[in-house]
Design a protein around this ligand. Structure first.
Ligand SMILES: *[C@@H]1O[C@H](CO)[C@@H](O)[C@H](O)[C@H]1NC(C)=O
Length: 286
Protein backbone atom coordinates (compact mmCIF):
# COMPACT_ATOMS: atom_id res chain seq x y z
CA UNK A 1 0.00 0.00 0.00
CA UNK A 2 1.47 3.34 -1.03
CA UNK A 3 2.10 6.06 1.48
CA UNK A 4 -0.39 8.42 -0.25
CA UNK A 5 -3.21 5.91 0.15
CA UNK A 6 -2.33 5.45 3.81
CA UNK A 7 -2.48 9.17 4.35
CA UNK A 8 -5.81 9.31 2.59
CA UNK A 9 -7.27 6.52 4.70
CA UNK A 10 -5.94 8.07 7.88
CA UNK A 11 -7.30 11.47 6.96
CA UNK A 12 -10.71 10.03 6.11
CA UNK A 13 -10.87 8.15 9.40
CA UNK A 14 -9.80 11.19 11.33
CA UNK A 15 -12.38 13.44 9.68
CA UNK A 16 -15.05 10.86 10.33
CA UNK A 17 -14.02 10.52 13.97
CA UNK A 18 -13.82 14.19 14.71
CA UNK A 19 -16.97 15.15 12.81
CA UNK A 20 -18.85 12.22 14.29
CA UNK A 21 -17.82 13.46 17.68
CA UNK A 22 -19.25 16.89 17.10
CA UNK A 23 -22.48 15.56 15.66
CA UNK A 24 -22.82 13.16 18.57
CA UNK A 25 -22.67 16.00 21.07
CA UNK A 26 -24.67 18.45 19.00
CA UNK A 27 -27.90 17.71 20.83
CA UNK A 28 -26.27 19.02 24.00
CA UNK A 29 -24.19 21.98 22.76
CA UNK A 30 -23.66 23.41 26.26
CA UNK A 31 -22.00 20.32 27.63
CA UNK A 32 -18.54 21.02 26.27
CA UNK A 33 -16.78 20.08 29.49
CA UNK A 34 -13.70 17.95 29.06
CA UNK A 35 -14.16 18.11 25.30
CA UNK A 36 -10.49 17.39 24.73
CA UNK A 37 -10.54 14.24 26.83
CA UNK A 38 -13.73 13.04 25.21
CA UNK A 39 -12.37 13.50 21.71
CA UNK A 40 -9.19 11.78 22.78
CA UNK A 41 -11.10 8.82 24.24
CA UNK A 42 -13.24 8.62 21.12
CA UNK A 43 -10.16 8.64 18.91
CA UNK A 44 -8.72 5.77 20.97
CA UNK A 45 -11.87 3.66 20.78
CA UNK A 46 -12.34 4.26 17.06
CA UNK A 47 -8.74 3.36 16.37
CA UNK A 48 -9.08 0.02 18.19
CA UNK A 49 -10.65 -1.92 15.24
CA UNK A 50 -7.74 -0.85 13.09
CA UNK A 51 -5.34 -2.95 15.12
CA UNK A 52 -5.78 -5.94 12.85
CA UNK A 53 -5.55 -4.02 9.60
CA UNK A 54 -1.85 -4.28 9.32
CA UNK A 55 1.24 -3.13 11.09
CA UNK A 56 2.11 -0.43 8.64
CA UNK A 57 -1.19 1.40 8.75
CA UNK A 58 -1.37 1.06 12.49
CA UNK A 59 2.14 2.34 13.01
CA UNK A 60 1.46 5.23 10.68
CA UNK A 61 -1.79 6.07 12.44
CA UNK A 62 -0.12 5.91 15.84
CA UNK A 63 2.67 8.16 14.66
CA UNK A 64 0.16 10.64 13.34
CA UNK A 65 -1.95 10.46 16.45
CA UNK A 66 0.79 11.08 18.97
CA UNK A 67 1.10 14.83 18.47
CA UNK A 68 -2.68 15.07 18.19
CA UNK A 69 -3.29 13.27 21.48
CA UNK A 70 -0.88 15.43 23.36
CA UNK A 71 -2.58 18.55 21.96
CA UNK A 72 -6.10 17.40 22.74
CA UNK A 73 -5.40 17.76 26.46
CA UNK A 74 -5.16 21.50 25.87
CA UNK A 75 -8.84 21.53 25.03
CA UNK A 76 -9.87 20.46 28.51
CA UNK A 77 -12.02 23.11 30.12
CA UNK A 78 -12.47 24.77 26.74
CA UNK A 79 -16.27 24.62 27.04
CA UNK A 80 -16.26 26.49 30.31
CA UNK A 81 -13.77 29.00 28.99
CA UNK A 82 -15.87 29.59 25.84
CA UNK A 83 -19.10 30.00 27.83
CA UNK A 84 -17.51 32.41 30.28
CA UNK A 85 -15.91 34.42 27.48
CA UNK A 86 -19.07 34.62 25.37
CA UNK A 87 -21.01 35.72 28.42
CA UNK A 88 -18.44 38.40 29.16
CA UNK A 89 -18.14 39.57 25.56
CA UNK A 90 -21.90 40.03 25.34
CA UNK A 91 -22.08 42.13 28.50
CA UNK A 92 -21.73 45.51 26.74
CA UNK A 93 -24.44 44.51 24.24
CA UNK A 94 -26.81 43.40 26.95
CA UNK A 95 -26.04 46.56 28.92
CA UNK A 96 -27.29 48.73 26.02
CA UNK A 97 -30.71 47.16 26.38
CA UNK A 98 -30.65 47.46 30.17
CA UNK A 99 -29.62 51.13 30.00
CA UNK A 100 -32.43 51.82 27.51
CA UNK A 101 -34.91 50.13 29.84
CA UNK A 102 -33.76 52.27 32.74
CA UNK A 103 -34.02 55.41 30.64
CA UNK A 104 -37.65 54.58 29.85
CA UNK A 105 -38.69 53.47 33.33
CA UNK A 106 -39.31 49.87 32.29
CA UNK A 107 -40.15 47.67 35.27
CA UNK A 108 -40.01 50.65 37.59
CA UNK A 109 -39.96 54.43 37.65
CA UNK A 110 -37.44 56.83 36.17
CA UNK A 111 -37.21 60.46 37.18
CA UNK A 112 -35.71 62.39 34.28
CA UNK A 113 -34.45 65.92 34.82
CA UNK A 114 -33.30 68.00 31.86
CA UNK A 115 -30.70 70.74 32.08
CA UNK A 116 -30.39 73.64 31.73
CA UNK A 117 -34.22 74.00 31.91
CA UNK A 118 -34.70 71.83 35.01
CA UNK A 119 -37.87 70.25 33.48
CA UNK A 120 -38.73 66.99 35.17
CA UNK A 121 -40.59 63.94 33.89
CA UNK A 122 -41.58 60.62 35.35
CA UNK A 123 -41.25 57.65 33.01
CA UNK A 124 -43.26 54.53 33.59
CA UNK A 125 -42.92 51.69 31.09
CA UNK A 126 -41.86 53.99 28.21
CA UNK A 127 -44.55 56.64 28.92
CA UNK A 128 -43.63 60.15 30.07
CA UNK A 129 -45.72 61.82 32.81
CA UNK A 130 -45.67 65.20 34.52
CA UNK A 131 -46.04 65.28 38.28
CA UNK A 132 -48.48 67.96 39.47
CA UNK A 133 -46.89 68.09 42.88
CA UNK A 134 -43.51 67.11 44.21
CA UNK A 135 -41.59 64.02 43.29
CA UNK A 136 -40.05 61.95 46.07
CA UNK A 137 -36.61 61.33 44.59
CA UNK A 138 -36.10 58.24 46.77
CA UNK A 139 -39.26 56.38 45.79
CA UNK A 140 -40.24 58.09 42.53
CA UNK A 141 -43.76 58.76 43.81
CA UNK A 142 -45.61 61.95 42.98
CA UNK A 143 -47.48 63.80 45.76
CA UNK A 144 -50.10 65.11 43.30
CA UNK A 145 -51.64 63.97 40.03
CA UNK A 146 -49.45 62.19 37.54
CA UNK A 147 -50.62 63.36 34.11
CA UNK A 148 -49.45 61.98 30.77
CA UNK A 149 -47.11 64.33 28.94
CA UNK A 150 -48.84 65.48 25.77
CA UNK A 151 -47.73 67.86 23.06
CA UNK A 152 -50.42 69.81 21.21
CA UNK A 153 -50.36 72.60 18.64
CA UNK A 154 -50.40 75.13 21.48
CA UNK A 155 -47.42 73.58 23.30
CA UNK A 156 -44.11 75.44 23.09
CA UNK A 157 -41.85 73.96 20.41
CA UNK A 158 -39.17 73.34 23.04
CA UNK A 159 -41.37 70.53 24.46
CA UNK A 160 -40.04 68.39 21.61
CA UNK A 161 -36.52 68.74 22.98
CA UNK A 162 -37.37 66.49 25.94
CA UNK A 163 -38.10 63.43 23.81
CA UNK A 164 -35.35 61.00 22.93
CA UNK A 165 -37.11 58.94 20.26
CA UNK A 166 -36.05 60.41 16.98
CA UNK A 167 -34.61 59.74 13.59
CA UNK A 168 -32.11 61.79 11.70
CA UNK A 169 -31.91 61.38 7.94
CA UNK A 170 -29.24 63.50 6.34
CA UNK A 171 -30.02 66.88 7.86
CA UNK A 172 -33.66 66.18 8.77
CA UNK A 173 -34.81 65.33 12.27
CA UNK A 174 -38.11 63.69 13.02
CA UNK A 175 -39.32 63.33 16.61
CA UNK A 176 -42.49 61.57 17.69
CA UNK A 177 -44.43 61.68 20.92
CA UNK A 178 -45.16 57.96 20.74
CA UNK A 179 -42.68 56.88 18.11
CA UNK A 180 -42.27 57.63 14.44
CA UNK A 181 -42.24 55.89 11.14
CA UNK A 182 -39.97 57.62 8.68
CA UNK A 183 -39.87 56.96 4.97
CA UNK A 184 -37.18 58.29 2.75
CA UNK A 185 -37.48 57.89 -0.99
CA UNK A 186 -35.06 59.71 -3.27
CA UNK A 187 -34.43 62.30 -0.58
CA UNK A 188 -38.15 62.93 0.00
CA UNK A 189 -38.54 62.36 3.71
CA UNK A 190 -41.90 61.80 5.35
CA UNK A 191 -42.36 61.47 9.07
CA UNK A 192 -45.47 59.86 10.50
CA UNK A 193 -46.37 59.47 14.17
CA UNK A 194 -47.37 56.09 15.52
CA UNK A 195 -51.17 55.91 15.55
CA UNK A 196 -51.39 59.47 14.17
CA UNK A 197 -49.64 60.84 17.27
CA UNK A 198 -48.00 64.24 16.68
CA UNK A 199 -44.52 64.58 15.26
CA UNK A 200 -41.98 67.35 14.91
CA UNK A 201 -39.66 67.81 11.98
CA UNK A 202 -36.79 70.21 11.76
CA UNK A 203 -33.35 70.64 10.31
CA UNK A 204 -30.48 69.57 12.52
CA UNK A 205 -29.25 73.16 12.83
CA UNK A 206 -32.67 74.47 13.89
CA UNK A 207 -32.97 71.66 16.41
CA UNK A 208 -29.64 72.63 17.96
CA UNK A 209 -30.72 76.27 18.24
CA UNK A 210 -34.04 75.32 19.80
CA UNK A 211 -32.90 72.60 22.19
CA UNK A 212 -29.44 73.54 23.44
CA UNK A 213 -31.09 76.07 25.77
CA UNK A 214 -33.44 73.54 27.41
CA UNK A 215 -32.09 70.00 27.09
CA UNK A 216 -28.35 69.72 26.65
CA UNK A 217 -28.14 66.92 29.19
CA UNK A 218 -30.39 64.84 31.39
CA UNK A 219 -30.15 63.07 34.70
CA UNK A 220 -31.86 59.71 35.12
CA UNK A 221 -32.83 58.18 38.44
CA UNK A 222 -34.14 54.67 37.94
CA UNK A 223 -36.00 53.04 40.82
CA UNK A 224 -36.84 49.43 39.97
CA UNK A 225 -40.09 47.83 41.06
CA UNK A 226 -38.59 44.58 42.30
CA UNK A 227 -41.97 42.86 41.92
CA UNK A 228 -42.05 43.59 38.19
CA UNK A 229 -40.61 40.83 36.00
CA UNK A 230 -39.35 43.57 33.64
CA UNK A 231 -37.22 45.37 36.22
CA UNK A 232 -33.48 45.89 35.90
CA UNK A 233 -31.75 44.63 39.05
CA UNK A 234 -29.73 47.31 40.86
CA UNK A 235 -26.91 46.73 41.60
CA UNK A 236 -26.50 44.68 38.44
CA UNK A 237 -24.04 41.87 37.75
CA UNK A 238 -23.32 43.46 34.39
CA UNK A 239 -20.44 45.88 34.90
CA UNK A 240 -21.54 47.92 31.87
CA UNK A 241 -24.83 48.96 33.43
CA UNK A 242 -24.00 52.59 33.95
CA UNK A 243 -24.97 53.58 37.48
CA UNK A 244 -22.82 56.39 38.86
CA UNK A 245 -23.88 55.60 42.44
CA UNK A 246 -23.67 52.47 44.56
CA UNK A 247 -27.11 52.28 46.19
CA UNK A 248 -29.40 49.31 46.14
CA UNK A 249 -32.56 49.80 44.03
CA UNK A 250 -31.49 53.21 42.72
CA UNK A 251 -29.45 53.84 39.59
CA UNK A 252 -28.38 57.37 38.75
CA UNK A 253 -26.79 58.23 35.42
CA UNK A 254 -26.41 61.17 33.06
CA UNK A 255 -26.55 61.50 29.33
CA UNK A 256 -25.80 64.37 27.00
CA UNK A 257 -28.21 65.17 24.19
CA UNK A 258 -26.23 63.50 21.43
CA UNK A 259 -28.04 65.39 18.65
CA UNK A 260 -26.38 68.60 19.80
CA UNK A 261 -23.00 67.06 19.00
CA UNK A 262 -24.05 65.50 15.71
CA UNK A 263 -22.97 67.05 12.45
CA UNK A 264 -24.51 66.37 9.09
CA UNK A 265 -22.24 65.51 6.26
CA UNK A 266 -22.82 66.96 2.83
CA UNK A 267 -21.73 63.87 0.92
CA UNK A 268 -23.80 60.74 0.75
CA UNK A 269 -26.81 59.43 2.54
CA UNK A 270 -26.74 58.93 6.29
CA UNK A 271 -29.32 58.10 8.89
CA UNK A 272 -29.41 57.57 12.57
CA UNK A 273 -32.19 56.76 14.95
CA UNK A 274 -32.69 55.93 18.56
CA UNK A 275 -35.42 55.30 21.09
CA UNK A 276 -38.66 53.45 21.09
CA UNK A 277 -40.91 52.80 18.18
CA UNK A 278 -38.69 54.43 15.58
CA UNK A 279 -38.89 52.77 12.18
CA UNK A 280 -37.05 53.89 9.10
CA UNK A 281 -37.84 52.78 5.55
CA UNK A 282 -35.37 53.82 2.93
CA UNK A 283 -35.79 53.49 -0.80
CA UNK A 284 -34.68 55.06 -4.07
CA UNK A 285 -31.24 55.61 -5.48
CA UNK A 286 -28.48 57.49 -3.75
C1 LIG B 1 -21.37 65.58 28.59
O1 LIG B 1 -20.63 66.63 28.01
C2 LIG B 1 -19.73 67.26 28.93
C3 LIG B 1 -19.14 68.48 28.25
O2 LIG B 1 -18.84 68.22 26.91
C4 LIG B 1 -18.68 66.23 29.34
O3 LIG B 1 -17.75 66.81 30.23
C5 LIG B 1 -19.37 65.07 30.01
O4 LIG B 1 -18.46 64.07 30.32
C6 LIG B 1 -20.46 64.49 29.11
N1 LIG B 1 -21.24 63.55 29.89
C7 LIG B 1 -21.57 62.36 29.44
C8 LIG B 1 -22.38 61.53 30.36
O5 LIG B 1 -21.26 61.93 28.34
Amino acid sequence: MGIELEKFIFFTILVHMVCGQFYAYNDDPYNLNNLGSRISAQVQSQVAPLQGLGERINAQVQRNLQPLQSRLGELDGLGDRISAQVHKDLEPVRAIELNFKMRDGVGGTTIVTHQPSGRQFIYNNYKPFICKGTVDIKTGTCSGDLVPFEITSSSPQTDWCYLRSYSLINNQICIGLKGVSVTSFNNQITCKGVGDSPTFTSSLDDYKKLCSEVSASSEYRYIPDVNSPQHVAIPNQNAHVKCENRDKNLCIFHENNSLLNTYSTSNGFQYYSTGNNVNINVGGTY
